[in-house]
Design a protein around this ligand. Structure first.
Ligand SMILES: Cc1cc2nc3c(=O)[nH]c(=O)nc-3n(C[C@H](O)[C@H](O)[C@H](O)COP(=O)(O)OP(=O)(O)OC[C@H]3O[C@@H](n4cnc5c(N)ncnc54)[C@H](O)[C@@H]3O)c2cc1C
Length: 425
């Protein structure tokens, strides 16, 4: 049996690794020259480790990716970096129940009420009842309008842009439930972890064809057919790991109703700027700063080297300035310098002197970075099986209520591989 996989991100590579354990041959088609997908990294000649184009870390609760890393011999480092929020012009560390209780911009009654809602989220085991509600309606009603507006609405706006009012409360539940203050990072970077995984797949005879975008997939005489630049390849099955909208474009002969479903799923893109500095940006060791203030042109400032030692990056300080934005947004077409000019007055509010220590600027973007998970999303999630026989779909739009992430991509890769094995034997 020979299965083709579209995409060498965490889902595709994990699925390949698992399928090989059932003696199934795999060929992966990847449009980029390297594996990694959204967790892809880059490395300057003078750096020892790769850096993700978009900031990445895991939580201690992310068991699936931790087990996979153990299996392939990559170590995760865990630290408790400083995670803060910018509220009313002040940087405040608000990453634990105690810190929230001390948060003086809310009255004691507001703090207690908000604390009770967060404790309730931690306590509730079943999210199914919660997904009937929209976070934007339920949260202000239960924790109070001011705490919601001050701390949580900005988070929803920055993560989901124009769609923030529609997000399911179950997504918020999952975020509170699974997140830990200790964060993990693979030694060598996520690119190192994914490279190791790709190596394991290749060692077991798997083929990975990089820089090879799949254009068409169809079903013919019980076989799954892939077409790339006029060439046709036939497999016993194909697993597609790209977002629904891209699958809709490549799959031929899908029934109209299924095609419309695929097209109805929404997502938002991401634009990230990486600044290299020869001095720290934050003076109090902040790793992550969420912007909870209106009018800022970015949502988070993340000083990677306040989490992972700068010695791995030629002693440079690395700073992400992050944004989730709809793909049509003008920032996608800006040059790194133009974008920095827009961000500059706001970055100066955080560190008036930073600009003179910037030694390089890079900008990365992806059109689809975050699925929009609306009320009762579980009822809309598509199964692994598609209307095309032997064509399977597994992507981050099936991750729910957990926020999509590398851990859930690994979990999904394992699940879909087991499903395919069961189906084909
Ligand atoms: C800004 C940002 C921050 C994030 N932060 C974190 C974080 O802190 N922690 C965390 O765990 N996760 C984080 N994530 C999410 C994480 O990166 C993803 O959930 C995970 O990498 C998804 O893996 P995947 O394999 O499902 O999908 P993808 O990574 O999207 O993989 C799909 C692959 O398919 C390839 N492909 C697409 N079209 C074609 C085609 N036509 N032919 C062949 N190949 C094709 C793509 O190039 C890609 O390699 C973040 C993502 C972003 C964008």
């Amino acid at each position: 049996m020979h299965i083709a996989i579209i995409g060498a991100g965490f889902t595709g590579l994990t699925a390949a690794h698992r399928l090989q354990q059932s003696d199934i041959d795999v060929t992966i088609f990847e449009k980029e020259p390297v594996p990694g997908g959204l967790a892809i990294g880059y490395k300057k000649a003078e750096w020892e480790w790769d850096l993700e184009k978009h900031y990445h870390h895991i939580f201690t609760s992310d068991q699936a990716i931790r087990s996979l890393a153990d299996e392939i011999g990559v170590n995760f480092l865990f630290y408790r970096p400083n995670t803060s929020s910018l509220v009313d012009g002040e940087i405040l560390q608000l990453d634990s129940p105690l810190k929230l209780l001390e948060f003086s911009k809310l009255t004691i009654v507001e703090r207690l009420r908000m604390g009770m809602v967060l404790a309730y989220m931690k306590y509730v085991a079943d999210w199914k009842e919660l997904e009937k509600f929209k976070a934007h309606e339920w949260l202000p009603e239960h924790m109070g309008v001011r705490p919601y507006r001050m701390l949580w609405e900005p988070l929803m706006v920055s993560k989901f842009g124009p769609y923030y009012k529609d997000i399911s409360l179950a997504w918020f539940w999952a975020r509170i439930k699974a997140r830990t203050t200790k964060l993990g990072y693979p030694e060598g970077g996520f690119q190192h972890l994914v490279n190791k995984l790709a190596e394991k797949v290749e060692e077991k005879g798997g083929v990975i064809r990089y820089s090879t975008p799949t254009q068409h997939i169809e079903e013919k005489d019980g076989k799954a057919i892939i077409r790339i630049s006029g060439e046709e390849y036939s497999y016993d099955a194909v697993l597609v790991t790209v977002p629904n909208i891209f699958f809709a474009k490549m799959a031929q002969g899908l029934p109209k109703e299924y095609l419309e479903k695929l097209q109805s799923f929404k997502g938002i893109g991401a634009v990230n700027m990486v600044l290299e500095l020869d001095k720290p940006f934050f003076h109090d060791n902040v790793y992550w700063l969420s912007i909870c203030e209106k009018g800022y042109p970015f949502l988070a400032v993340v000083e990677h080297t306040n989490f992972i030692g700068k010695s791995h990056y030629d002693n440079k300080h690395l700073l992400y300035v992050g944004n989730y934005l709809p793909h049509e947004h003008e920032y996608f077409s800006k040059s790194p310098e133009q974008l920095l000019d827009i961000y500059d007055p706001y970055l100066k509010k955080l560190n008036p002197e930073y600009r003179s220590s910037v030694t390089s600027i890079a900008k990365f973007d992806v059109p689809f970075a975050q699925p929009i998970v609306t009320q009762e999303f579980s009822k809309r999630i598509l199964p692994f099986d598609t209307p095309l026989k032997n064509v399977y779909l597994a992507n981050m739009q099936q991750v729910y209520p957990w926020d999509r992430g590398t851990n859930y991509a690994v979990e999904m890769g394992l699940k879909v591989a087991d499903h395919i094995v069961k189906n084909t034997r």
